[in-house]
Design a protein around this ligand. Structure first.
Ligand code: NAD
Length: 358
């Protein structure tokens, strides 16, 4: 990789400590001098959020969280924040909850403290996403980057095993896709590689010891690095595909990323030897796909898009939407034929190696 690049580092405070979220949140709210705090958490996430918010005064609770942030849900939350004179947003939950806070920040400029409870990584990016008329739109706006992220591995202990695995592989997808994304550079590649190493260490530990802190901490650390790499490098082919599967076909975010990743890696690796070598080194394996597949086997990872509601009838439409969005930086030129083959393989859970020499 040439050492001639233009890199932007986003400014954000990160407080990391198992069991420390409530104390850290109270200190941050005081430091920021906020007077009217809105806490966003889905119904399911609310008990966790109440524990985290035990040391602060909450002016408004908001529970209407929907995956992929439909515009109607965003507008309702925006109006509630403005009506209540809110000056700080605190989101406690997964990427959907963070996404709703971002939708409010986007139009109001109200700062966010994010307390993530999955490995989605939205808290460390300046990317927003909104779904309107079955199309998911995303954009970049520094106003949606949380000013502070509070990581507490204890909050991820309740994440069921299948969701821990899928969400952790969503983080892995940020790392791997960063290697050939439009703004890939040596700094985000280094962060992505360290993210692969941390997730490859943490996720099997979670499977072995679901109630232990070490695997959860490694996975959260890896998820943060993955998101910083992704925010810096931008969306590569993998994100373009998953974005369409989520936004147009309403497939679940983390499981879709977990399923599609080995297919994109097999598709791109032969045309990106430097990236593939770096990914392999981070896994500690001879080649990149072997590293990912060995991890996926240990985790019993999601295998086929058909398990999440995708059907062969959707492939042509998905390819039509993905193709014009494929970044010019993608190491292998995408065509209708090869993207169709990629999605056919991911649909049924075929061995990704069929894509190596398309
Ligand atoms: P999610 O937020 O929808 O959460 C999935 C489920 O897990 C929900 O039912 C939630 O209530 C539950 N959950 C969350 N934390 C839990 C916990 N600790 N214990 C038990 N259950 C818990 O899913 P996600 O994968 O975290 O986020 C997906 C969304 O985030 C998508 O909309 C995606 O587009 C967005 N996202 C955005 C970015 C970005 O940079 N803008 C990055 C990654 C993801």
């Amino acid at each position: 990789m040439s050492l001639f690049f233009d890199h932007v580092t986003l400014g954000q405070r990160v407080l990391f400590g198992t069991g420390a979220a409530a104390v850290n949140l109270a200190a941050e709210v005081a430091r920021l001098g906020a007077g009217r705090v809105m806490v966003i958490a889905s119904d399911f996430e609310t008990p966790m959020a109440r524990t985290v918010a035990a040391g602060i005064d909450v002016a408004l609770w908001h529970h209407e969280v929907v995956m992929h942030v439909p515009i109607e849900a965003a507008e309702k939350a925006r109006a509630a924040a403005v009506d209540a004179g809110i000056d700080l947003l605190v989101c406690v939950g997964g990427g959907s909850t963070t996404g709703l806070a971002k939708a409010i920040a986007m139009t109001s400029g109200i700062p966010i403290i994010a307390v993530p409870t999955t490995y989605a990584g939205s808290e460390a990016t300046n990317v927003w996403g909104l779904t309107e008329a079955s199309r998911k739109n995303t954009g970049v706006d520094d106003a949606v980057l949380p000013v502070t992220v509070i990581y507490d591995a204890a909050l991820t202990l309740s994440l069921p095993m299948d969701m821990s695995v899928a969400s952790g592989l969503n983080g892995m997808a940020h790392c791997i896709d960063s290697m050939w994304a439009p703004r890939a550079d040596p700094i985000n590649a280094a962060l992505g590689a360290e993210g692969i190493r941390a997730l490859n260490r943490g996720l099997p530990l979670i499977v072995q010891d679901p109630t232990g802190a070490e695997g959860r901490e490694q996975a959260l650390y890896g998820a943060y690095l993955s998101a910083v790499a992704f925010a810096s490098a931008g969306s590569g082919l993998h994100h373009k595909i998953c974005h369409v599967l989520g936004g147009t076909f309403n497939l679940p975010h983390a499981q879709t990323h977990a399923t599609v990743l080995p297919y994109v890696l097999a598709f791109n690796a032969p045309a990106a030897p430097e990236a593939a070598a770096r990914i392999a080194a981070a896994f500690g394996t001879a080649d990149a796909l072997t590293g990912l597949q060995e991890l996926r086997k240990r985790l019993d990872a999601p295998k086929a898009l058909s398990d999440y509601g995708f059907t062969a009838e959707g492939i042509a439409q998905a390819v039509n939407i993905v193709l014009p969005a494929v970044p010019a930086s993608n190491p292998r030129p995408a065509t209708t034929e090869n993207l169709t083959r990629l999605l056919q393989a991911a649909l049924t859970g075929e061995d990704p190696r069929v894509l190596l020499d398309l």
